[in-house]
Design a protein around this ligand. Structure first.
Ligand code: GLN
Length: 195
């Protein structure tokens, strides 16, 4: 199936996601308004600043529409700020959330001293070769409900998880040349639309 993937393009690292998706043969729509969501097969919410993206999502009621699509099983992948926006609970914050994943997220959770770092992650669902992961002022999931599958941990902290049609990573897979994470998401899209 020729896939059309939306990338939320209000703020943050959306161009990099676009490039990877195009390299993998997808059509890409940069989503800036509610009508851009029509006809997409899946949606990526990029890294950036979750408070800013959240404020912008409230306008045009785009957030409500994304929430509705997520509830109706549209595959959605949130990276970093996107992981924060997907989580039902954001520790110490009353910022806007899409309220979709049964997860408790903590922002900037690796501390100020180590704002950014790279590491090799072991992700069993993606084979035996480790995955290079770039973390930038990253969050992690402090708690997940039993219906959330943990795909990877870093030093005992949950940094990659899936709940049915929803995927969330604390790191930025669009900033490395390893395309396995995007391919995994595209497989989720194929599974969904084959139903
Ligand atoms: N620290 C940012 C936030 O809280 C997320 C950082 C990122 O997306 N790289 O929104």
């Amino acid at each position: 199936m020729r896939k059309c993937v939306g990338v939320l393009a209000l703020q943050g690292a959306f161009r990099e996601h676009r490039q990877v998706l195009e390299q993998l043969g997808c059509d890409v729509v940069e989503v800036r308004k509610t009508s851009d969501l029509e006809g997409i097969h899946g949606l990526i919410i990029p890294g950036g600043e979750s408070t800013t993206i959240g404020k912008l999502l409230k306008t045009d009621e785009m957030g409500e529409k994304i929430k509705e699509l997520g509830t109706k099983d549209l595959p959605i992948f949130g990276t970093c700020a996107g992981m924060i926006l997907l989580s039902k609970t954001i520790i110490n914050s009353d910022q806007y959330s899409l309220n979709l994943m049964d997860t408790v997220v903590e922002r900037n959770a690796f501390g100020r001293q180590v704002a950014s770092f790279e590491t090799d992650l072991f992700v069993p669902a993606m084979g035996s070769n480790s995955l290079r992961a770039v973390f930038i002022r990253a969050p992690y999931l402090r708690e997940v409900a039993p219906n959330v599958g943990i795909l990877a941990e870093y030093e005992g902290k949950i940094v990659f998880a899936r709940q049915g049609n929803l995927l969330a990573s604390a790191f930025h897979p669009e900033l490395t040349s390893d395309q396995r994470v995007h391919k995994y998401f595209l497989d989720m899209i194929d599974e969904h639309w084959a139903k």
